[in-house]
Ligand binder design. Structure first.
Ligand code: ATP
Length: 244
């Protein structure tokens, strides 16, 4: 579970986020939407510890982590995916996941450590969880865009996170892969993970999210059930001219 309370972020004289407060509970999926430049990625960066807010605080499982690094937050059960790909293209899908499994383990990370049978099983489990069984030997660079996003999800799940932050997990993928990713992310939520997801595919967010938070010019315009939020007049104004 993760919460932001009164979060503001100012950079280079510009106030990017203003007084944002939201919570994502266990087994809940919060969709974060808003027009381009609304501050969605900035908020995810602040929640994950990549960026420190100028004001307000962040808690993970009720512990104040505002001043904790991204690494410290990861140890507390927070995982995230990035808007851009974070894969090693020259490694296989299985090797990419194995690195994430090793990095999440208790022993100091070493890319040279041999993989034990338990690590192999864990890699297979994670690939199966994202519907890529048997794809472990394929080079990451040879995977379809949709499979690359699934692989990134498998890597984010390697640490068995209690909170998962997803920044546009479906950007640029085919309609078929959007359906697959939607099912996988829904299953992750149903397994008890708190999921916050920034996503431009509006029908996906509105169909999948338990609640939706709408950002506009760095302010939280509305938070609520999808139907509540889409009928909100201020939200409709913010999206004027775009399909909601
Ligand atoms: N490091 C930075 N320095 C200065 N301005 C920044 C920085 N990061 C983001 N911004 C600005 O903050 C605003 C919000 O950016 P952000 O990427 O968070 O929006 P977004 O809602 O994720 O947009 P998109 O939907 O296009 O990805 C933009 O105007 C952006 O130019």
């Amino acid at each position: 579970m993760i919460s932001a309370t009164g979060v503001g972020w100012k950079v280079g004289g510009a106030q990017i986020l203003h007084d944002v407060s939201l919570t994502v509970g266990t087994g809940e999926l919060l969709g974060i939407i808003g027009p381009n430049g609304a501050g969605k990625s900035s908020l995810v960066n602040i929640l994950s510890g990549v960026t420190r807010p100028s004001s307000g605080r962040i808690t993970v499982q009720d512990r104040d982590v505002t001043r904790s690094s991204a690494t410290a937050r990861a140890r507390m059960g927070l995982a995230r995916s990035f808007q851009t790909s974070a894969l090693f293209d020259g490694l296989t899908a299985g090797e990419n996941v194995r690195l994430a499994v090793q990095a999440a383990g208790p022993a100091p990370f070493s890319p040279f450590r041999a993989a034990g049978p338990a690590s192999g099983r864990r890699v297979d489990d994670l690939l199966a969880r994202v519907r890529m069984p048997g794809r472990g030997a394929t080079l990451a660079r040879d995977l379809s865009h949709g499979d690359r996003r699934k692989l990134e999800l498998a890597m984010a799940l390697a640490s068995s996170p209690s909170t998962l932050l997803l920044d546009e997990p479906m950007a640029g993928v085919s309609a078929e892969d959007v359906d697959g990713l939607t099912e996988i992310i829904g299953e992750v939520r149903d397994s008890g993970v708190a999921v916050a997801m920034v996503e431009h595919h509006m029908h996906v967010v509105l169909g999948l999210a338990d609640r939706v938070a709408v950002l506009h010019h760095g302010e939280l315009l509305a938070v609520g059930a999808p139907a509540e939020v889409t009928s909100d007049e201020r939200v409709q104004q913010a999206y004027l001219g775009e399909a909601l």
